[in-house]
Design a protein around this ligand. Structure first.
Ligand code: ACM
Length: 631
């Protein structure tokens, strides 16, 4: 039995009433520490001892001891308009008590109680319909034949299969094994190979399935891989049998991505490999690895080893406090260069490229705890980020910043063979650099007028360093701003706050990946029901929202050339254990795959799509993946 328990309840005005109950020895002179999902302020019953964005350390006000059987009540409230508690994720995470002697006691929280607020209406249930084909994403064409082909005893390759098909076959064999599927290789069905016109897209393939044979056509490794993955999925959803028919397929978009925030929560490499396997099953081919943010810099770099060493763990006696469920810690971890290679090689074997992200110039609070010299010491701006961090932005007018970034970016390019490096650039805090004499001088020297121009100058310079190192830059939508049209340098922009900024960037000539928060931010809760987990600042994202949107506006089809893809995001503020990513991604990641791959005319309406999502159930089961509710 824990001796200290923290209950929390949402009050009708949206504030949180917290109650610390002591069932053990009396404590005095103590502080209560916990994190929330965003900046919060004390309303009553306590004084703030320390606050870093979502982390609070508070003491009773007036200061009284807490004897056995006694309770202390305090009220806190989320501090920003866009953050209001919607579900259990919004309660205190990993609370603990810190005593004056430096020791800490873990406190057991109870789930955030919503009984004092209006209950939310039950969402309309979905009405799945049997799909024409239980394959996600839906292929370019499918002509159903008669009967089925028993593939339960596995596949063998015909001896004349080309090397690229042999390689893909082995990769799928290993994937099937890791996924817990029945053996892939066996005496069941011989795969016949026919060449596809090599002028076809590298990703194109065709399958002809009859009761006694399967013929596969592809011209390249990636087409062969997609063909085999389709067979693998069909066999799983068909209980060992494949439906007979002719299938022709190729993707709509070349960039079919999934992002994972490993800064707010540290994921074990094993969990990343599991995600890559799932992505491969859905023909997703870009992994956006986000491991640097305000809370941590997790990449072990030779050019800056101190960053991972000093920021990867958070907790009471750490440089980084117990942000986002860090508790008393130490909690966290780093990614070594050997682990980066493991992730990259695992991904590449499945046709997935890995794009790392480094955050420039904001979202750098952790980095700045180690390198405060990257700010202008005379800057009095005291900028605050939308997550509540104070002074989380480095100053591009400080020469040391560039001495630091040059080798760091070169090393990152060298570690990730894909070559595309995402440079961040989201959410520059309001008022940043306004009081910096160094930035005033930079503006005068470079003819920069606005803060956007300073950001643009910064991003252009960082992008140039990536190009000089042999890479290609990418960044969030904000990098399109400024008097020269933004970052340039062949950069790819990621449209996240909606589709508007991405459309503007595409019209201006950028290649764009669409990842609108209202549709494919999987950290958004699906509905306002209190038992769910997730954020809500952009929207509640149900399956329908993830499926029914147009990456390219139907009345501007010419933008298809520049909108190179779509990408789901999973920010990890509400994730405290690796497995928590599963019900946030699944089943909605199925809709991402359909939008990313299937043409507008082939993307299924909600009802048959949900039927196909239901048919995916045996796959979740084999994977041991905790799929959330189909809602
Ligand atoms: C973002 O969600 N700030 C890219």
């Amino acid at each position: 039995m824990p001796l200290l328990r923290l209950s929390s309840a949402v009050q009708p005005d949206g504030s949180l009433k917290l109650r610390l109950h002591n069932a053990g020895e009396p404590i005095s002179g103590f502080h209560l520490c916990f994190s929330l999902l965003s900046l919060a302020v004390v309303v009553s019953g306590a004084r703030t001892v320390r606050q870093v964005a979502n982390f609070l350390e508070v003491a009773p006000e007036p200061e009284v001891p807490l004897g056995n059987g006694e309770s202390w009540e305090l009220v806190v409230a989320y501090g920003f308009e866009r953050h209001h508690p919607a579900n259990v994720s919004w309660g205190p995470q990993l609370p603990y008590v810190a005593l004056a002697d430096g020791t800490t006691i873990d406190v057991e929280p109870t789930p955030l109680d919503f009984s004092a607020v209006e209950p939310v209406a039950a969402p309309e249930p979905l009405s799945p319909e049997a799909p024409e084909l239980s394959l996600i994403p839906h292929p370019e064409s499918w002509a159903a034949g008669i009967g089925s082909c028993d593939a339960s005893a596995g596949f063998r390759l015909s001896p004349e299969a080309p090397n690229f098909l042999q390689g893909a076959f082995q990769a799928v064999e290993a994937l099937a094994q890791r996924c817990g599927f029945p053996p892939w290789v066996g005496p069941g069905v011989t795969l016949q190979f026919e060449s596809l016109d090599s002028a076809d897209s590298e990703e194109a393939y065709a399958l002809a399935i009859t009761p006694g044979s399967v013929t596969l056509r592809a011209a390249h490794h990636s087409g062969a891989l997609h063909a085999l993955i389709s067979l693998l999925q069909l066999r799983q959803t068909g209980g060992g049998s494949l439906p007979c028919g002719v299938l022709q397929d190729q993707p709509r978009f070349s960039w079919r991505g999934q992002h994972l925030d490993c800064a707010r929560h540290f994921y074990q490499v094993e969990s990343l490999l599991r995600l890559l396997d799932l992505m491969a099953l859905l023909k997703l081919n870009r992994f956006h690895w986000h491991f640097i943010d305000d809370e941590a810099f997790r990449l072990e770099l030779d050019s800056a080893p101190e960053l991972a060493q000093e920021t990867a763990s958070r907790g009471h006696h750490q440089r980084i406090p117990g942000l986002f469920g860090g508790g008393a810690g130490p909690l966290g971890g780093t990614y070594s260069q050997a682990e980066v290679r493991t992730v990259v090689e695992h991904a590449q074997a499945l046709g997935i490229e890995v794009m790392p992200e480094i955050e420039i110039p904001a979202h750098a609070w952790a980095l700045l705890q180690v390198h405060p010299e990257f700010r202008d010491p005379e800057d009095e701006s005291r900028e605050q980020s939308v997550q509540g961090y104070l002074e989380n932005t480095f100053n591009p007018a400080v020469p040391e910043v560039w001495t630091f970034l040059r080798p760091l970016l070169a090393e990152i390019v060298s570690l990730f063979p894909f070559g595309v490096v995402h440079l961040g650039c989201d959410e520059l805090p309001p008022r940043v650099w306004e009081q910096s004499p160094a930035v005033q001088r930079l503006k005068a020297e470079q003819g920069l007028e606005t803060t956007d121009d300073v950001q643009e100058w910064t991003m252009r310079r960082a992008a140039e360093l990536v190009v000089q190192s042999g890479g290609r830059p990418a960044a969030w939508e904000e990098a399109g701003r400024g008097q020269q049209g933004g970052m340039g340098h062949g950069g790819i922009l990621f449209s996240w706050s909606g589709q508007g900024p991405g459309l503007e960037a595409a019209r201006a000539g950028y290649e764009v990946v669409m990842c609108p928060a209202q549709h494919i931010y999987f950290d958004m809760a699906p509905t306002p029901r209190p038992h769910e987990r997730g954020m809500n600042w952009a929207a509640y994202v149900r399956m329908q929202d993830a499926l029914e949107w147009h990456p390219v506006p139907p009345d501007e089809p010419e933008l298809e050339e520049r909108i190179i893809g779509v990408q789901g995001e999973l920010w990890s503020e509400t994730v405290q254990e690796d497995a928590m990513m599963e019900p946030m991604l699944a089943p909605r990641i199925l809709a991402l795959a359909e939008v990313a791959w299937s043409s507008e005319s082939r993307k299924r309406p909600l009802a048959p799509f949900c039927g196909a999502a239901q048919a995916f159930e045996p796959i979740w089961r084999s994977l041991g993946w905790n799929c959330g509710e189909l809602i």
